[in-house]
Design a protein around this ligand. Structure first.
Ligand code: ZN
Length: 342
């Protein structure tokens, strides 16, 4: 082979090697730069969160399952309450309304614990408010089959609902309200005294409620055998000891509340409140009709919950019609003001 040809090949090979090496160096450099930018952005976002979320007060939350008391920032707490209480796919304005309701409920609770039993609130939904930490919420959403993109969107909505309403609470005559809410109540919400007796509250009166009908769990059916019905009523209260199974055949609704829910039913000569039936037999609401079928009573139920205050299904329905969270709150709580905490 001629010398010049060898020389030419050598040069070409060297050039190819140098090009490949340079390309590789550049590739890794770029990749690391991209990573740096991503990390920088992540850090910035985290810092922003810290500024926004950590500017507030600490709250002591009792986790009932373990008995543990965890101190956390109030906004971190609310970000765990809102998605535990309301479906994440609801309209952002409905979620914001829930955030303000949850914050109001929380501060009212803190006031009640002012004497200090070492905690401010617990995570039992029947006693205080449901609460899950972020990891638990993400796990629940994953189990429901939401993909990563959807989960990110839902979590951002929860963040926005809490942060954009920061420090806002609902007051009536300068006092925090009892911010009751429930899942769904067809046609009208309920006045508080009709459900639990006691004093009337001017901001918790029955108001019109619009609910789109295509929500899950809005209607339900509960079938109770005559025998079980009578036994449970007797167990609950000795004064009903004379009840017999055949009395079930003449069960009837006595009266209704102003919003159209059942107030009392009658069996033999005994009156039982619908609210009592709701808790004894796990009825979703006191808005029901009774059907007598063979040896059973069938309760056809519409709505979900006690019916007092904000309806979550209604809030979402109104939000989709263009109501803001403020409109929604003002609709369900009569004559209230939404104000910032001092
Ligand atoms: Zn509690």
């Amino acid at each position: 082979m001629k010398k010049w040809l060898v020389f030419f090949y050598s040069i070409t090979c060297i050039l190819i090697i140098v090009t490949v090496v340079l390309f590789c160096i550049n590739f890794f450099k770029e990749r690391s730069a991209k990573k740096d930018i991503a990390e920088e952005e992540k850090k910035e976002e985290e810092e922003k969160n810290i500024i926004e979320y950590k500017a507030n007060q600490t709250i002591r939350v009792k986790l009932c399952k373990t008995g543990e008391v965890v101190a956390m920032d109030i906004n971190d707490y609310l970000r765990g309450v809102v998605p535990a209480e309301m479906p994440p796919y609801y309209d952002l304005e409905a979620i914001k309304a829930q955030a303000v309701v949850a914050r109001t409920f929380t501060y009212k609770r803190i006031d009640a614990h002012a004497e200090g039993d070492g905690i401010d609130i617990c995570d039992n939904y029947a006693h205080c408010q449901a609460f899950y930490n972020k990891d638990q919420i993400i796990a629940i959403w994953k189990r429901k089959g939401y993909d990563d993109e959807t989960i990110k969107k839902y979590w951002n909505n929860v963040n926005e609902a809490v942060v954009s309403t920061q420090n806002e609470v609902i007051k009536y005559n300068g006092q925090l309200i009892k911010a009751f809410f429930h899942a769904s109540s067809p046609v009208r919400t309920e006045s508080v005294e009709e459900i639990w007796g006691g004093e009337k509250l001017p901001y918790l009166v029955s108001v019109e409620n619009e609910e789109s009908e295509d929500y899950d769990n809005r209607t339900s059916k509960v079938e109770v055998k005559f025998e079980d019905f009578v036994n449970k009523l007797k167990e609950d209260n000795n004064s009903r000891a004379s009840l017999k199974t055949e009395d079930c055949k003449s069960v009837k609704i006595c009266d209704y509340t102003t919003s159209g829910r059942v107030k009392n039913i009658q069996i033999a000569n005994i009156k039982v409140s619908a609210e009592k039936l709701r808790t004894l037999f796990g009825l979703r609401s006191t808005n029901f009709t009774i059907e007598i079928k063979d040896n059973s009573l069938v309760f056809n139920v519409v709505g979900n919950g006690h019916g007092v205050g904000l309806s979550q299904v209604g809030a979402d329905t109104y939000a989709k019609k263009g109501y803001s969270y403020r409109d929604i709150i003002n609709h369900y709580y009569t004559g209230v003001q939404i104000t910032k905490l001092d």
